[in-house]
Design a protein. Structure first.
Length: 521
């Protein structure tokens, strides 16, 4: 969003679980059915996610007609068996596990298979078969053993707006062949076709109206999931995902809507529909399956002794944004206000206290460092981000200082441009020490091509000297974690409003072990 807005098989030691599905063993993937077929059921690709040392989730969703108006992908209310296979080689000559699950309309014909009993720190290949058709194969891996010191290459991304441009950056992520991909929100956009306009118009168009019902959200997810660039990035590595606002509704906060009158109707049913569709379309575990009006998305993903990813949900539990359309007001500083919610704040503090990894990473959605938007005298803030909840931010920073964690790093999306910032203990104290680092990824496509701007407005970076880098092109961030340092490459595409752009590194920063703050490479 712009700165100005508020913005599942048992066998030997192997054990797993398939959500919303009946599981039974099968000797092998059956030969293809040669009778008449309506279409390929794997039009939405495959994915994996939430790796652990002994397993991960593998995912697909059946759809022979992805944009069917009922949101069920042309498969209606019938049930279908889906076979799955896991191998240690890409030719599937060494199959380690296989099974079959049943899926149906109650989960949008999605399949979530939670695999266990695997070897830590190993690469695996997986595929599915249904309706006589074989899916593309995906590559994934388990996390290292908890005590293993293992380097990690991780890319993180956010904000893919279908109408604003092509998802070329996802293919560039796939070409990086990372160990892990983090998506920090705005996986899709919910608006009416053409509602979020660029100067010069859209390059592609959303189908259907603004998403309100479960069918609406399922169709919109299917449209995005049909994109081959996105499918390539999902197939190359396990993903860890969290949402921001557009997966539900722009600028939502808990049960509060930003614009109560549009689209008309109560918000809780819409929120519940969005939660259900999000779980159906992401490689998430059964622990994240919605329970009524709630979906616990915050969770921890460990990567050996190297890193712990504390994945936060900064939408579901927050207080409403303060100040209305003003850039500052007394209510903003109310110490009782919270962005992640009190329970999640405590969960994070407890996790930081118990962490023993080299790097503790907060994977979250909105800008964390202070960003004064008013050059010179006076102050002004975007109250949809952590600046709108400064006491909550202070509590989070205090929790990592009190825990004595070795290397705190905040990862952020949302803002449609690249940023890098040092995090100070207190923003209004010029002598306050730097106690962490924030890396912000630009969008995959939201905002269109962007520009070669190196400053957002005259004097803004001078007003915020802890901001070390800004770039207004689209792209993603590639990181490399080792025992001694974290290297962050800000990857930039020259254009997204036509396909095929290359990616180049526009800036590289290093965070050294036990030395908070950014160092130029």
């Amino acid at each position: 969003m712009a700165l100005s807005r508020r913005t599942l098989i048992l066998g030997g030691a192997a054990a797993g679980a398939a959500t919303a599905a009946t599981v039974r063993p099968r000797a092998a993937i059956a030969a293809p059915y040669r009778g008449p077929l309506r279409s390929d059921p794997f039009t939405l690709g495959v994915a994996s996610g939430d790796p652990e040392p002994d397993g991960f989730v593998i995912w697909t969703r059946l759809a022979v007609d992805p944009l069917a108006e009922d949101g069920l992908g042309g498969l209606g209310t019938g049930r279908h068996d889906v076979e799955w296979e896991l191998a240690t080689d890409e030719r599937f000559a060494r199959v380690e596990q296989r099974g079959v699950v049943s899926t149906g309309p109650e989960v949008g014909h999605s399949v979530h298979v939670e695999l266990g009993g695997l070897r830590p720190g190993h690469e695996y290949h997986y595929r599915f078969r249904a309706l006589g058709e074989l899916s593309p194969a995906g590559r994934t891996r388990t996390a290292p053993a908890p005590d293993a010191s293992a380097p990690l290459t991780m890319c993180f991304a956010s904000c893919a707006q279908y109408e604003h441009g092509y998802f070329t950056a996802y293919t560039r992520i796939a070409e990086e062949e990372p160990d892990l991909v983090l998506h920090l929100g705005d996986y899709l956009y919910e608006e009416d076709p053409g509602a979020y306009r660029l100067p010069g118009g859209s390059v592609r168009q959303h189908i259907g109206r603004e998403t309100v019902t479960l069918a609406d959200y399922r169709r919109r997810h299917a449209q995005y999931r049909s994109d081959t660039d996105l499918q390539a990035a999902h197939a190359v590595a396990p993903w860890v995902v969290v949402w921001d606002d557009h997966e539900v509704e722009d600028d939502w906060a808990g049960f509060t809507r930003d614009v109560p009158e549009y689209p008309p109707g109560p918000f809780p049913p819409r929120r519940a529909a969005a939660f259900q569709a999000y779980w159906e379309n992401m490689p998430l575990r059964s622990a994240q399956r919605p329970n009524g009006q709630n979906l616990q998305l915050y969770r921890r993903i460990g990567w050996g002794a190297t890193a712990t990813f504390h994945m936060l949900d900064t939408r579901q539990y927050r207080d409403d944004q303060a100040c209305g359309e003003q850039l500052d007001c007394a209510a903003r500083a109310d110490p009782g206000r919270t962005l992640p919610g009190s329970a999640q704040e405590r969960w994070l503090a407890e996790g930081l206290r118990s962490s023993r990894t080299r790097w503790d990473v907060l994977g979250q959605q909105v800008f964390f460092a202070q960003l004064d938007l008013v050059p010179g005298a006076g102050r002004g803030f975007n109250n949809d981000v952590w600046d709108g909840y400064p006491a909550s931010r202070d509590r989070v920073v205090d929790s990592w200082v009190a825990a004595g964690i070795r290397n705190p790093v905040v990862l952020t999306g949302d803002i449609h441009s690249h940023w890098a910032a040092d995090i100070r203990r207190r923003w209004d104290d010029p002598e306050a020490p730097t106690v962490g680092t924030e890396l912000v990824t630009s969008s995959i496509s939201a905002g269109g091509d962007g520009s070669e701007t190196t400053d957002t407005s005259p004097g803004l970076l001078a007003e915020n000297p802890h901001i070390r880098f800004f770039n207004n092109r689209r792209g993603y961030v590639r990181t490399r974690f080792t025992d001694t340092e974290l290297t962050a490459d800000f990857r930039v595409l020259p254009h997204v409003q036509r396909p095929g752009a290359p990616a180049e590194t526009r800036a590289t920063f290093v965070i050294e072990d036990r030395r908070p703050g950014l160092q130029s490479a």
